[in-house]
Design a binder for this molecule. Structure first.
Ligand SMILES: Nc1ncnc2c1ncn2[C@@H]1O[C@H](COP(=O)(O)OP(=O)(O)OP(=O)(O)O)[C@@H](O)[C@H]1O
Ligand SMILES: [Mg+2]
Length: 334
């Protein structure tokens, strides 16, 4: 672990008990996040991106969910073993999150100013007046017009895009060490998105904040990410620098995601490009069984993919992929 290493996630396993049985929603997720970098997490719907984020903060809905195994080391401290009191200190202060659905985390009975100010009073020791001034400043920074007036409004008085920006203001007000952003700009138009990205980059430059950004928008990945992690069916199947993963994808799934994009690498990346469909569907978590979960959809599947789960192979410095095609050739025994 280097000094720059803020977070190490090791063998994270999360299961959900349902009437059909127990589904392993995260099946051994490993990754690291360094100070000041942006890690983008991509993959089709249902692959476990939000669950990964929730597990880091101890927010897996339980029951029916449960962390079955693994470690989430935040500056060496295993958060999976931390007390609820310690987690309250960490959440919203050291590690904060912009949730995928803003309404689930805004409280309808408090003004947005009170909600942004709350964590500042709680964690940064500001008094009510200072917290209100800072809340107005945060609303201004996320591009909300007339923040002096808006600060006293309730969430239902705002549009979806504005609520999203209030969430972003809440998440960055305390200048966290790690900001987890789950589809932070999906509800926003392109100009507001650009403004938010500038704000995040500035926070990162000034405070060394690490950002974990979950997104379907490959334009956002190309613009924001230092590194990219691709998930499929509850596992990380490829990781590397943005350049490595977008220009030289190793896993057939990643190649599929990228081939679905028009002219990747061209200036069109600056536009909003959604991940479109690879033929076939993600297998349900009950159907995965042994072997590689992508094999049924994979144009290059080998016989062994049906029964052997591919481990992560290094393809290039810092670039790994869980695919048998990347296995080093067997050496002949003399
Ligand atoms: N309460 C629950 N009970 C059972 N399974 C659940 C529950 N909540 C989520 N899951 C399952 O967990 C898996 C991972 O879900 P997750 O929300 O992490 O996906 P995601 O990658 O964030 O997708 P999206 O891009 O749609 O947001 C999914 O297969 C989902 O069906
Ligand atoms: Mg999600």
């Amino acid at each position: 672990m280097t000094q720059d290493n803020l977070l190490q996630v090791q063998n994270l396993q999360v299961e959900f008990k349902t009437r059909r049985g127990t589904a392993l929603v995260l099946n051994g997720v490993d990754f690291e996040v360094n100070r000041g970098e942006t890690l983008c997490v991509v993959g089709e719907s249902g692959c476990g991106k939000s669950m990964t984020a929730l597990a880091l903060l101890g927010l897996i809905p339980s029951p029916p969910g449960r962390v079955r195994d693994g470690r989430v080391l935040f500056q060496g401290e295993d958060l999976l073993k931390a007390s609820e009191a310690r987690m309250r200190e960490v959440r919203g202060n050291r590690i904060s999150m912009i949730f995928q659905e803003p309404m689930t985390s805004l409280n309808p009975v408090y003004t947005v100013g009170d909600q942004i100010g709350e964590s500042l009073r709680l964690h940064a020791g500001l008094d009510a007046r200072q917290a209100r001034l800072r809340a107005i400043e945060m609303l201004r920074q996320v591009g909300i017009p007339a923040p002096e007036r808006r600060v006293d409004e309730y969430p239902h008085q705002m549009s979806g895009g504005m609520r999203q920006r209030v969430m972003i203001a809440m998440a960055i007000a305390c200048e966290p060490d790690i900001l987890i952003a789950d589809e932070p700009t999906t509800a926003l138009d392109v100009t507001v998105q650009a403004q938010i990205f500038d704000l995040l980059r500035q926070l990162q430059r000034d405070k060394g904040t690490a950002i974990i950004m979950i997104t379907h928008d490959m334009g956002a990945v190309a613009e924001m990410a230092d590194r990219v992690m691709v998930m499929y069916a509850g596992r990380v199947i490829e990781q590397g620098s943005t350049e490595q993963v977008l220009s030289r994808p190793s896993h057939p799934y990643t190649r599929g995601l990228i081939e679905c994009l028009p002219e990747l690498g061209s200036s069109r990346l600056a536009e909003r490009v959604e991940l479109t469909e690879i033929p076939g569907v993600v297998p349900s978590l009950w159907e995965i069984g042994r072997g590689c979960a992508f094999r049924e959809r994979c144009p290059q599947a080998l016989a062994r993919c049906a029964h052997d789960l591919p481990p992560m192979f290094g393809t290039d410095a810092g670039h790994t992929a869980a695919c048998w095609l990347e296995a080093p050739p067997l050496r002949k025994i003399a």
